[in-house]
Design a protein around this ligand. Structure first.
Ligand code: GLN
Length: 491
């Protein structure tokens, strides 16, 4: 029998249905893989007992013939999703040993459809970061290494644990969240597929909030089809999230293999950055050629406000974060540091509980929202956001079906290599991804090639609102042309 952990989700579904193996066997294979890969630090909490219980239940349902679409499939859950009875920390000391008494809507839908929870995955503290280096549980290792080197690289962030675990065959798929690129950038760094759906497609209920007008959940998986299968279960209207949209969830998998003939693909001029590595440029061209060969039409488009997206994002996101994180006061959740007065208690708790990057964001956010600066920063950033959104709308109004860009400006880098002296160096990782969150659009990252050092690189496709299906169809064309990439095991 093939190694059960190297199956795609679609292959595992077939094996389970055919009774080639049981969910318990599949789950046990993954639990052993997780144990053997602890050096990657992808999981911050393993839940083997719960996993086996869920697997047995799935096996019983498969036998009875009433299995859900994800019955028996072992998944990892980003530690930003509240899981009932299982510690949820957003990888922040301030949440301490917080154990939710409720389940996030997205995860409850995965369990409804039969999936099995293997445990909780590492991420940047409160999802703030691009390298998974701000987690209170320490950094995550990328299963990929540069050829001939044993330097451990970052898996990207903030969903670094999700991407690393999926790439290292520790789980068949994972939940992730994306506020400015946290699904797509780690996917690109690990040769996995990640989709950030349209804002409002997945419920945010029960997900620790970072910047509520940008946050969106989505899957990271090993193939485009697997991502489509996961998103179908994760998406859907939820009255508990007023920003969730009441549109029926399509069968995303049906979009796989659908012809892309005649589709108009925009190549945005402004994404051709000065000093962009030649191999990124080459990858982008290769992607365009593959889509053209499949029958799509390429058109140059302009998104003139692109250069303002990153600065505007780093005002809007911290502003919302500073407000969302006000609730961590040492009274309601987790950590409490004593003080002589209630004010001192708040101060001590927040100073001791938040890491440096989170404190920086809270300070920036508070500053840009304060009287006297509000108009100059926050209000202006919101106006820029409207213009960014309009750039995309103009493009789609010209008949463009999707936009092709690189997913990241470079491949994965070493732990501690970036952002030490200058946080902006780290923020620049999000240059191709933040625009999509600012505009609320869906975006998918698909592995498309490798750099000269053998590290994976990804391409991004941006779609019209609620047209994730188009992204799955186009993404699969790239996947077919580029092939799939697996890291050599060193752990
Ligand atoms: N890297 C970006 C940030 O640090 C985006 C993070 C995210 O998408 N959660 O804000």
């Amino acid at each position: 029998m093939t190694d059960l952990t190297s199956l795609t989700l679609a292959e595992a579904r077939k094996g389970l249905a055919d009774k080639t193996f049981s969910s318990l066997e599949l789950t046990d294979a993954h639990l052993s893989a997780i144990e053997a890969a602890r050096v990657l630090n992808a999981f911050v909490m393993e839940t083997p007992d719960q996993a086996r219980a869920m697997a047995r239940e799935a096996d019983a349902k498969i036998t009875k013939g009433d299995a859900g679409p994800l019955a028996g499939i072992p998944l990892g859950i980003k530690d930003l999703f509240a899981t009932k009875g299982v510690r949820t920390t957003a990888c922040s000391k301030i949440l301490g040993n917080f154990v939710p008494t409720y389940e996030s809507t997205v995860t409850s839908q995965l369990w409804r459809d039969g999936a099995v929870m293997l445990g909780k995955l590492n991420n940047d503290e409160f999802a703030m970061g691009s390298a998974n280096e701000t987690s209170c549980f320490g950094p995550v290792g990328n299963p990929w290494r540069r050829e001939g080197s044993n330097t451990t690289l970052v898996p990207g962030g903030s969903s670094g644990g999700s991407a690393s675990a999926v790439a290292a065959l520790l789980c068949m798929g994972a939940t992730a969240t994306d506020t400015g690129g946290s699904i797509r950038q780690p996917a690109a760094f690990t040769a996995t597929v990640g989709i950030k759906p349209t804002y409002g497609r997945c419920s945010r209920w029960g997900i620790v909030a970072f910047a509520s007008s940008l946050d969106q959940a989505g899957p990271i998986a090993r193939s485009v089809r697997d991502a489509a299968m996961l998103l179908r279960s994760m998406a859907g209207h939820d009255p508990k999230d007023t920003t969730s949209v009441d549109i029926a969830v399509p069968d995303y998998e049906a979009a796989i293999g659908k012809s892309v003939k005649g589709m108009k693909i925009g190549i945005p001029r402004e994404y051709r950055l000065d000093g962009m590595p030649a191999e990124i440029e080459k990858l982008w061209e290769a992607g365009a050629k593959w889509l053209k060969t499949a029958g799509a039409e390429l058109v140059e488009v302009s998104l003139p406000h692109t250069k303002y997206a990153l600065p505007a994002y780093y005002i809007v996101a911290p502003a919302e974060a500073s407000s969302n994180l006000a609730r961590y006061d040492g009274v309601r959740y987790g950590l409490r540091e004593q003080g002589k007065t209630i004010i001192e208690q708040y101060e001590n708790t927040r100073a001791g509980g938040f890491g440096a990057e989170v404190r920086r964001r809270v300070m920036i956010g508070t500053y840009v929202l304060s009287a006297g600066y509000y108009d100059a920063y926050y209000l202006r950033a919101q106006k820029v956001r409207t213009l960014i959104k309009k750039d995309f709308e103009d493009c789609f109004a010209r008949g463009v079906d999707a936009i092709l860009t690189p997913a990241t400006p470079s491949a994965a880098f070493g732990i501690g290599e970036k952002g030490g002296a200058d946080p902006v160096e780290m923020y620049l990782n999000d240059i191709f991804t933040v625009t999509v969150n600012m505009a609320g659009l869906p975006g998918i990252a698909v592995p498309a090639g490798k750099d000269a050092q053998g590290l994976p690189l990804g391409l991004q496709l941006i779609g019209r609102p609620f047209e994730e299906e188009t992204l799955f169809s186009l993404g699969e064309v790239i996947e077919q042309a580029a092939g799939r990439f697996t890291p050599a095991r060193w752990w």
